[in-house]
Design a binder for this molecule. Structure first.
Ligand code: NAD
Length: 272
């Protein structure tokens, strides 16, 4: 059992929770994730660690209420307990001075890009961040991203805040005028695919963090398999961070839609 010590509503459907989980916090590294189970009957929800404080023993998670389990999680409040909070799982990103790193975060993907930018900034990298959301009311953590970036660009699809357009338009512009050593992108699969197609043209090393359907998170079930460079990889133990140019996005996009009907029905039954 772990305790929720802080809850913040970032946007109507995106919530932040700070969890008292000293053992996870002590070992956590940027890029890793946890699996949350609300109660004994609960579904396992994989969530990338958005922040952690090993001294205070806390781990922050950010999630979008998209299905039954995330809606249920969002109904919990400060002081409530979560039955299982397993982690840190997966591999951390390589922590070194690459030079100039461009961190791209789209929508909820802004949460998992933050710890990566933070640790790389600490290691002396120059960080340019590009964050984007559909509209201003879906944008969060601009201040946090600013605090770990040498330059920050903000986009909204509808132009309600920052620059109108996708994160990829700004990335294209930054690529044209600056030398870049590494691009890291986290967000919807289609965004990571488009970022990777763009950076491939310029032969810029690119990392993406994948979030396929996942069950156990420890390499046993194979649900999170993904083709990377023609090899079958398990996102939970081989990732979640992979070379963006080698991921078979189309296969992953199709696999993500496998249970849409069941997911929809579960939400409808829960809300009835
Ligand atoms: P969204 O659809 O609102 O997109 C967020 C931003 O991504 C957009 O504002 C745009 O700048 C960019 N984008 C989207 N489509 C693009 C395209 N075709 N080309 C270029 N840029 C594009 O995102 P959302 O609703 O906040 O995100 C939800 C998705 O993010 C879910 O599918 C979720 O699974 C995924 N997600 C991924 C991770 C991860 O670790 N990879 C973490 C959290 C959420």
């Amino acid at each position: 059992m772990v305790k929720i010590i802080k809850k913040e509503v970032l946007t109507p459907q995106i919530k932040l929770m700070v969890i008292d989980a000293p053992r996870v916090a002590r070992h956590a590294k940027a890029g890793q994730f946890v699996i949350v189970r609300i109660n004994e009957e609960g579904e396992r929800i994989p969530l990338t660690i958005a922040d952690f404080d090993s001294e205070k023993g806390t781990v922050s998670i950010i999630f979008q209420e998209v299905g039954k389990s995330t809606i249920q999680l969002g109904e919990l409040n400060e002081g409530d307990h979560i039955t299982d909070f397993v982690g840190p799982l997966g591999k951390e990103i390589e922590e070194k001075n690459f030079g100039h790193v461009v961190c791209v975060g789209g929508g909820v993907g802004i949460a998992p890009i933050y710890p990566k930018a933070k640790v790389l900034k600490k290691l002396g990298n120059r960080i340019t961040s590009i964050i984007g959301a559909r509209s201003s009311d879906l944008l969060f953590w601009e201040d946090r991203m600013q605090s770990v970036s040498d330059a920050l660009y903000v986009t909204t699809d509808d132009g309600s805040y920052g620059e109108k357009g996708f994160v990829t338009s700004v990335l294209d512009r930054v690529i044209q005028k600056e030398k870049i050593d590494l691009v890291i992108a986290v967000g919807p699969l289609m965004m990571m695919k488009m970022v990777s197609l763009l950076t491939k043209k310029y032969e810029l090393p690119t990392l993406v963090s994948l979030n396929p359907i996942m069950v156990d998170g420890t390499g046993m079930c194979g649900c999170c398999r993904v083709t990377v460079g023609k090899e079958c990889k398990f996102t939970c133990v081989d990732g979640p961070v992979f070379d963006g140019h080698s991921v078979d996005y189309d296969e992953l996009l199709a696999r993500q839609r496998n249970y849409l009907e069941e997911e929809k029905r579960a939400v409808e039954n829960w809300l009835m």
